[in-house]
Ligand binder design. Structure first.
Ligand SMILES: O=C(O)CCC(=O)C(=O)O
Length: 186
């Protein structure tokens, strides 16, 4: 969520850096709830960058404007002229691979820019850290049991579902701080 005229931005990064998933078979569906355009700070991607391997990142904890939890950003500069804006209207969705280099700028518009990122993985993908994560089975059968299954919400703002979400988030943050295998990448 970026408020109107917010100075917050998302630095260039690959999601793979901080999800701790293996192998890198992970796609994020970014669902626009408001218009998402260059002036409001839409997501920008470097086409074809998912053919790269994991690139070096570093954490910048001293940037109050970054929207990423650890201020993660690519160590090497990106050629800004190669970037493509993912311009979306409410209800539109873009898909980016976990190795796609992407970012977003500040919101210079008079309205909110709001989107929801939904991470999709095949059930065969696992989390490499010690924390057991939860996930929602979107379709098919889970033959791998790498994740605890989240119960589906039964109603709008269902208290039980909010509890499931809080538990899922808490496991995610715990996992993100304990992925020793990922540290050398930063
Ligand atoms: O919402 C944004 O501006 C960035 C989103 C992002 O980095 C992601 O969905 O992976």
């Amino acid at each position: 969520m970026k408020a109107a005229h917010s100075e917050n931005y998302v630095p260039w990064h690959q999601d793979a850096t901080y999800f701790g998933l293996a192998p890198f078979e992970h796609v994020t569906a970014w669902v626009a709830l408001t218009p998402s355009r260059p002036e409001s700070g839409c997501v920008r991607v470097i086409p074809g960058s998912h053919h790269n391997d994991q690139l070096a990142h570093f954490d910048n904890h001293n940037d109050p404007l970054t929207m990423l939890s650890r201020g993660q950003k690519l160590a090497d500069a990106i050629r800004e002229e190669d970037a493509v804006n993912l311009v979306l209207e409410p209800g539109d969705v873009s898909l980016h691979h976990t190795l796609t280099v992407h970012s977003s700028r500040t919101n210079r518009s008079d309205d909110w820019r709001i989107g929801v990122g939904i991470s999709y993985i095949p059930a065969s993908v696992r989390h490499i850290g010690p924390t057991r994560l939860s996930a929602t089975l979107a379709r098919g059968t889970d033959r791998f049991s790498h994740f605890d299954h989240e119960a589906a919400p039964q109603a709008e703002l269902d208290a039980a579902a909010l509890g499931v979400h809080a538990d899922s988030q808490s496991r995610y943050w715990q996992a993100a701080s304990g992925i020793t295998e990922m540290r050398h990448i930063h």
